[in-house]
Design a protein around this ligand. Sequence first.
Ligand code: MLT
Length: 212
Amino acid sequence: MTETVFHGHHIHLVEGSDPDAAPILLLHGTGGDEHDLIQFGQIAAPRATLLGVRGTQLEGTTTRWFRRHGEGRFDLEDLETQAAGLAAFIEAAGQHFGFSGPPVAMGYSNGANITAGLLMRRAGVLRGAVLMRAMSGLAPLAGLVHGGLPVLMLNGRSDPFAPQDRQQELARQLAGAGAAVEQRVTSPGHPLTMADPAAAREWLRRWPSAGS
Ligand code: MLT
């Protein structure tokens, strides 16, 4: 286990027992940190290397991945900037920690929304993504091609922080850019439930290229 600061991000790295399993990048929600989703990752991908990362933006003293103007009102310029920074971080981390290839991102809430932002701008940085309680933000770049990238969206049935129309808009945008999007309802609302890591684990097992 390693806890350090890498490229400006606090990280928590847990080495996996299977070098062939896709590394898992874990991105917390608003107010969280690099430790929040480690247990989640241990259930979802028990043999994989797990990299918990802390967002660098602050709303007062609350940690986030990008700025917002209010609840659900993203600062799209900052989202674009932070998504580019996250892509650079992932590439640097992959080289530094000797990852076998691009990681699978698993993000919750604000961590899912930055991951979605990254997927709207860049292909090839991630091997797949689990987006929990995510919604639309940035529109996809013209010509972006994800070529079957597996994306699992785990949604809340009635989520006040990720309304249905914006969940569906995100799913359409990702599918339109060629991602293989699967959606499941795993919670009555915004909080994570035990159905989330179980769904992520089952999904990972169906993508042999991602390992688990
Ligand atoms: C966001 O700002 O990313 C979403 O509203 C979710 C949240 O963090 O509350």
